[in-house]
Structures are given as structure tokens and as C-alpha cells.
Design a protein around this ligand. Structure first.
Ligand SMILES: Cc1cc2nc3c(=O)[nH]c(=O)nc-3n(C[C@H](O)[C@H](O)[C@H](O)COP(=O)(O)OP(=O)(O)OC[C@H]3O[C@@H](n4cnc5c(N)ncnc54)[C@H](O)[C@@H]3O)c2cc1C
Length: 466
């Protein structure tokens, strides 16, 4: 079969989360393993590669495959088994984080690790081995996987645990869907007694101070995260630390789904579905400076040292308050640029990067920093240090690419790492420096074993790894 013989009605638009990449691909949506095998066979006959895709929440090009086949796994979304006595859940790969917490919360459980949005699928989340605001305490999502099954392009179906097929276990988790397809995942969830957290918020006048507090106070909190005013020369900002509430008079009630909702309107007036349109006029240097200043001044005065109680959903899914917020960045979209830098060099490197972006007239409009710990997965992004994620509006793609390359060189000099869930701007040489020769050789050996025809690819794979 040639490319022209694939059915045209399969052609569909496939974008990244930030709407900065617009591609067209042959999209297939299997709902069982046999259909994945059929798509593999079809792609082989057509001479095309296959990219795996979950909910498309990656900011870069990890789940796009221009002109090729995209296997969208969201319809494999059944919860296969749930045991409230042990907190062990088995799900298909297209089950989302939202589906999981909604299924288990009333039994007193919660995902041990969650991203800042509840919409990623478990398959997509494991392919990048996501972390949360509790990384130093809970590690990455992969550390809570008891077992997964996967279909490899070589036709094998494997079962992997940390001790059985452990090389594949630590490689399939983290390598961006390039070695095999997760077909089921068994996870151990976190036991809770209430659906609440106590949140502590305090302002910081300097990025260095913020990083010191994120480190020194990490044991005090179950979750801890810093917001950075990216328009400020010193990277001032605010830290939020949160602890699970273990005891409350109405504990069972707080675990009910109707107590874990995000408000439908803002200030009782603006429907949240339209809020992103109101944000659009502020998505420029002047607008962001205004918003950031207001936010900082508020946090430094009224809110300083404030403690308040929130539901788990309100605390964890701030970004989900505003559906489609990413559209407020306009037609060219946004990219997120996130690096991970060791403790000793992070503060200087991050201040240098921030000030460089400010000097170039392209400051990021959002900055978030977290404290991390290392893990043993093959394409790990983590370090014993910090991450700093910056959201950039794409106005001049070439200038932004150049800026990100300069920042990547600062990060690499400082011993930093990168994250394929977020990356759009690395180059093959820089990716090689980040991953190192040994890791790349191991990946290539596993690729030859699991996927000898090089069927699993993505735009990111062709950009960085071939
Ligand atoms: C608002 C927002 C906040 C975020 N916050 C965080 C955060 O706090 N921490 C964090 O770590 N990440 C965060 N992310 C990133 C996000 O968690 C990851 O990009 C995640 O991988 C998205 O999952 P997905 O289901 O959308 O997968 P996609 O983006 O569709 O795909 C991601 C990768 O998974 C692969 N894949 C998909 N399904 C399978 C499968 N069944 N088997 C094998 N491979 C598969 C794809 O090939 C691709 O490489 C955030 C993203 C957004 C948009």
C-alpha cells in the first residue's frame, strides 16, 4: 500500500497544547489492543511511522507526527479494577488523571502524583514520567506504578514491574512513547482522610530567597511550589506550601465529588468558559507587568503568611480553572520552556536566563519553580535541584528559538536537564549533551530490540533523536 491509499477521511488536524504547531496526520482511535496491532500493520504497509498520543497536553511536538499516522489512545479509557482495601487501581492507558481521582476519592484515595492539570491520560503521563508539586516527597508518577503491560512494535506483549523486565520498566516509562504502547497500568494510590489541604502563602523578594525557602521548607509541606514574577529583575514571587488535612469534623463529606468542583463563574459573573477571552488583552509585556505587580503586591501585603483551606481540586488544578486559557496567547500560541538544574548552580543560572529573556524584550508571561529529586528512569528530566518553567508567547518564532538556545546553553553549563513533555526548542546536539552518550546508546539498543523497523516516531523524535 502506498501513502495515497490511506483513507483521506483519516486525515485530521493535530496540534500541540500550546497551539504553536499545526500538523495534519492520519489519526486512528483504537479502543482495544487488537486495533493497535491493525494500525501498526497498516502503517507498515503504507511506509509510514506511528506516533502515540494521549490527551495532547504536551506543549511541544512529542505527540505530533506530521504527515504520518497518529494513534490516539483516549478511547482505551476503561477502569479495569479498583480495590479500595489496598488502594491499587488498574486502568487502560487512555484513562485520565481526572477519571482516576473521581473514581477513588470517596473511598479516601488520590493520585500520588499529579500534574497541574487533571486532563492528561495515564499513558501520556507515564511516557513522560510526570512530576507534581510534591516531587521531593513522592517522586514521579512512575515510582507508583506496580505493573504495566505494553505492546511492542516487534509484536511482543510484555508485562513489566520494577523487578520483572525491569530494564523495560525503567525505559518505557519516560521515553516519550518511542519504545512501545502502554496497554494497561496498575498504580498504587495515596490514602487520604479528608479532601482538603491547608495552604500557606508567603511572598519572596528575590528568586534566590525563593529557592532557599523551597529547599529549606520542603519537609514542612506535602506540596510546595513557587510563582515567579517574570517581569521583575530579581524574580520576586510567592510560595505556596500545602499539607493534607488529616482530620476534619466533616471528613467524609469533603471527599464527595460535589465538594471537589472548580467554580463555574468568576466573581459570580464571568462564565469560566469565556474567561480566556478577557485574558487576551493582558498577554503582552505591559499587561503581564500589571497583573504580576498586582499579584505580588497583594501577596506581599494582604496575603503574607496567610493560611487558608482549599479542596484538593482547587489547590492542584489552578490551571484548569480557566478552560482554554492557552488560547489567550493568540494565534501563534505559546511554548513552555522548562529546565531542571542542580541545587548548587540553579539560582545563578535561572537569574541569568530570566534577565537574558528580559533584555531581549521577550520575558516569559508565567514562571513556576519547584524543588526536585533524581529518579532512575531512562530519559529522566529530574535532578537534585530545581525546575523553572517559563511560558513564552510566540510572537517572533525565530528570535524565541535563538533565546531558548542561549538559555539552554546556560542550563547545560550549569549541569541542567530538559523535559520532552515541554520541549520545542532543543537541537540534536543539546539533546545529546542533556541525555549523555551512555543513555542514548542504551535507548538505541532498546529501540532496535523493541521497534526494529523504527515504526514509533514523532516530530520530537525526528527533531532530536535520529
Ligand atoms: C496546563 C498543564 C500543566 C501541566 N503540568 C505538569 C506538571 O505539573 N508536571 C508534569 O510533569 N507535567 C505537566 N504537564 C505536562 C503533561 O503532564 C504531559 O505532557 C503529559 O505527558 C500529557 O499527557 P497526555 O495524555 O496529554 O499525552 P500526550 O501529550 O498526548 O502525549 C505525551 C507522550 O505520551 C506518549 N503516549 C501517549 N499515550 C501513550 C501510551 N499509551 N503508551 C506509550 N506512550 C504514550 C506520546 O507519544 C507522547 O510522547 C502539564 C501540561 C499542561 C497542559
Amino acid at each position: 500500500m502506498s501513502v495515497s491509499q490511506l483513507p483521506l477521511e483519516r486525515l485530521d488536524k493535530v496540534e500541540n497544547y500550546g497551539h504553536s504547531r499545526h500538523t495534519v496526520a492520519y489519526v486512528y482511535r483504537p479502543n482495544q489492543v487488537a486495533q493497535i496491532e491493525e494500525v501498526f500493520a497498516l502503517a507498515r504497509r503504507a511506509g509510514l511511522s506511528v506516533a502515540l498520543r494521549g490527551a495532547g497536553r504536551s506543549y511541544g511536538d512529542a505527540a505530533t507526527n506530521s504527515g504520518q499516522v497518529v494513534l490516539d489512545l483516549q478511547r482505551m479509557n476503561r477502569i479495569l479494577n479498583w480495590n479500595p482495601a489496598t488502594g491499587v487501581i488498574k486502568v487502560e492507558p487512555g484513562v485520565t488523571i481526572a477519571q482516576i481521582w473521581q473514581h477513588v476519592l470517596e473511598d479516601g484515595y488520590w493520585p500520588p502524583v499529579t500534574s497541574g492539570t487533571m486532563f492528561p491520560t495515564i499513558g501520556g503521563a507515564l511516557a513522560h514520567n510526570i512530576h507534581g508539586k510534591n516531587n521531593t516527597k513522592a517522586g514521579t508518577l512512575g515510582e507508583h506504578v506496580l505493573e504495566f503491560t505494553a505492546l511492542l512494535p516487534n509484536g511482543e506483549q510484555v508485562t513489566c514491574t520494577p523487578t520483572e523486565n525491569s530494564e523495560l520498566f525503567y525505559a518505557l516509562i519516560s521515553t516519550a512513547g518511542l519504545l512501545g504502547v502502554f496497554t494497561s497500568v496498575t498504580l498504587k494510590l495515596k490514602k487520604l482522610h479528608t479532601g482538603l489541604v491547608d495552604v500557606h502563602a508567603w511572598a519572596m523578594t528575590h528568586l534566590g530567597e525563593m529557592m532557599r525557602d523551597l529547599d529549606e521548607r520542603k519537609h514542612e509541606f506535602d506540596y510546595i511550589v513557587g510563582w515567579v514574577d517574570t517581569l521583575d529583575h530579581n524574580g520576586r514571587g510567592q510560595i505556596h506550601g500545602a499539607n493534607y488535612v488529616h482530620d476534619a469534623p466533616n471528613a467524609a463529606e469533603t471527599l464527595r465529588l460535589d465538594k471537589q468542583v472548580l467554580p463555574d463563574t468568576f466573581f459570580g459573573l464571568v462564565p469560566k468558559s469565556t474567561l480566556w477571552m478577557f485574558m487576551t488583552p493582558f498577554m503582552n509585556n505591559v499587561g503581564t507587568r500589571l497583573i504580576n505587580t498586582a499579584k505580588y503586591v497583594f501577596s506581599a501585603t494582604l496575603e503574607q503568611r496567610k493560611i487558608y483551606r482549599q479542596s484538593l481540586v482547587e489547590f492542584n488544578y489552578l490551571l484548569d480553572y480557566v478552560p482554554n486559557w492557552e488560547k489567550s496567547y493568540g494565534r501563534s500560541g505559546l511554548i513552555q520552556y522548562q529546565t531542571f538544574i542542580p541545587l548548587a548552580t540553579a539560582t545563578d543560572a535561572y537569574l541569568e536566563m530570566l534577565r537574558l529573556a528580559q533584555r531581549r524584550g521577550m520575558p516569559p508571561f508565567l514562571g513556576v519553580t519547584k524543588r526536585h529529586r533524581p529518579d532512575r528512569f531512562l530519559f529522566t528530566h529530574a535532578v537534585d535541584g530545581y525546575s523553572f518553567a517559563m511560558d513564552f508567547k510566540v510572537t517572533n518564532a525565530a528570535r524565541l528559538q535563538k533565546l531558548c538556545e542561549e538559555m539552554s546553553d546556560i542550563a547545560l553549563e550549569a549541569g541542567g536537564r530538559f523535559y520532552f513533555a515541554k520541549d520545542s526548542t532543543l537541537t540534536p546536539g543539546r539533546a545529546r549533551r542533556y541525555l549523555g552518550e551512555e543513555t542514548l546508546a542504551k535507548f538505541q539498543a532498546l529501540k532496535a530490540q523493541c521497534d526494529p523497523e523504527n515504526l514509533l516516531q514523532s516530530d520530537l523524535y525526528r527533531r532530536l533523536l535520529v
